[in-house]
Design a protein around this ligand. Structure first.
Ligand code: AMP
Ligand code: MG
Length: 400
């Protein structure tokens, strides 16, 4: 049995970017950049006014009130391109270029106009209300590195620097196959001994959050031959196949046998993890395959620890792991002797702003309704009998 860290290391070593494409900037949100974004202009591109008012020489208004001659106007998009002289002022709008010769802007609220002059009633500081050219970004500077997943603010930066069709990594295609003869569809009423498939939907949702294009395959019954056919077919059209169920030691657990008979290379099939010990990671042709234990909470934990990591790495994302943060435990928590536990919790803050994590009250790895509240996974390393309340613990932020 391997550790979670070792399993993640193996997953990363087998996961590389699928390929690269260019997309319309309108659809780039959430995609991972396959190129560095380089500023093609200074920002601001000129000394820019931060206020509506008058551009002037601060020395001319060191004693107030003072009257200056209005010699022109600078608006956003059409500046006044002469040199301002002593005794002069230029009417200026927010976002407009500050004319040469002026060293400050005084806001309109402390000025009064008389015909072609303006009275300044408050002495300005040199440099005030001017954002200096290139003070935010210099032309040629790298503003966003390759391997970054684009958020909305980043999309704006791409627009500002002319990246109308950025190069991004291709989204992996993922097939999700729930297995189990007890499973019925969401629109069916479960009969005796049956339950509705929910893993198909959680896996599909998590895979989409991880940037994949997902196909949710109809439930596979516990039949070794049919399962083999379904895995083989899904493998042909996907970069990754994620199965739930059928990886334990039961007589109807056929996933591993099916993978072996198909000739898949199995990288690991047991991880020192609670919940999620029987997690399988394999490759068939070029397609990565995850066989996850069927309990709904185990599915969520193992998907996010392993399959999500693979999906992000397959998109060239340079931070493919779940974000780890330390938090203070609000209640004692039991660990396991021989396996690391990744237990659901809820992040909170206290009055001082300290990050807390409250272990979820739940009924175990089948309790997916309690798990809907989870925002954290609390890591209890193997061999830790118990964490007491008030202890600082390592936690992972759950996506979604
Ligand atoms: P298995 O790993 O196949 O032994 O399944 C473990 C438990 O998870 C069983 O109680 C299953 O009924 C349940 N389970 C398996 N697959 C699903 C699914 N797709 N949706 C909801 N529960 C499931
Ligand atoms: Mg099963």
């Amino acid at each position: 049995m391997i550790s979670v860290e070792e399993a993640i290391r193996i997953v990363l070593s087998k996961s590389s970017p699928v390929s690269v494409e260019t997309v319309d900037l309108d659809t780039a949100m959430g995609r991972v950049l396959a190129e560095d974004i380089i500023a093609d202009t200074d920002l601001p591109p000129f000394n820019r006014a931060q206020m509506d008012g008058f551009a002037l020489r601060s020395a001319d208004a060191s004693r107030v009130p003072v009257r200056l001659a209005i010699v022109g106007e600078s608006a956003a998009g059409s500046g006044w391109h002469n040199v301002l002289q002593s005794g002069e002022a230029v009417r200026i709008m927010t976002g407009a270029p500050v004319p040469e010769g002026a060293d400050c802007v005084q806001k309109v609220e402390v000025t009064r106009e008389f015909d072609s002059t303006v009275e300044i009633s408050e002495a300005p500081d040199p440099g005030q209300f001017i954002v200096v050219k290139a003070s935010e970004v210099r032309s040629g500077e790298r503003v966003i590195p390759r391997g970054t997943r684009l958020n909305a603010a980043m999309v704006a930066a791409l627009a500002a620097f002319g990246y109308g069709r950025p190069r991004v990594y291709v989204q992996p295609r993922v097939s999700v196959i729930p297995t189990g003869s007890e499973l019925v569809r969401v629109d069916e009423t479960p009969g005796r001994d049956q339950i509705r498939d929910s893993n198909g939907f959680s896996l599909s949702a998590y895979a989409k959050l991880a940037g994949a294009i997902v196909e949710r395959v109809p439930v596979a019954i516990d039949d070794p031959e049919l399962l083999k056919e379904q895995i083989a077919a899904a493998t042909k059209r996907s970069d990754m196949v994620v199965l739930s169920g059928g990886v334990s030691m039961g007589v109807y657990d056929f996933t591993k046998a099916a993978l072996r008979q198909l000739g898949a290379e199995i990288f690991f099939e047991r991880v020192s993890l609670r919940p999620g010990k029987p997690t399988v990671f394999a490759r068939l042709g070029q397609t990565l395959i995850f066989g996850l234990p069927g309990n709904p909470v185990s599915v969520s934990v193992t998907f996010n620890l392993f399959a999500r990591t693979a999906l992000l790495a397959m998109q060239g994302d340079t931070s493919p792991l779940l974000e780890e943060v330390n938090a203070v435990l609000t209640r004692g928590l039991k660990g396991a002797a021989e396996r690391a536990s990744y237990l659901p919790g809820i992040f909170k803050t206290d009055a001082e702003g300290k990050l807390l994590v409250e272990p979820l009250k739940w009924g175990g790895s089948s309790d997916f309704v309690a798990f809907t509240q989870a925002t954290a996974l609390i890591i209890v390393p193997a061999g830790v009998g118990r964490f007491e309340d008030g202890q600082v613990v390592r936690t992972l932020k759950l996506p979604g």
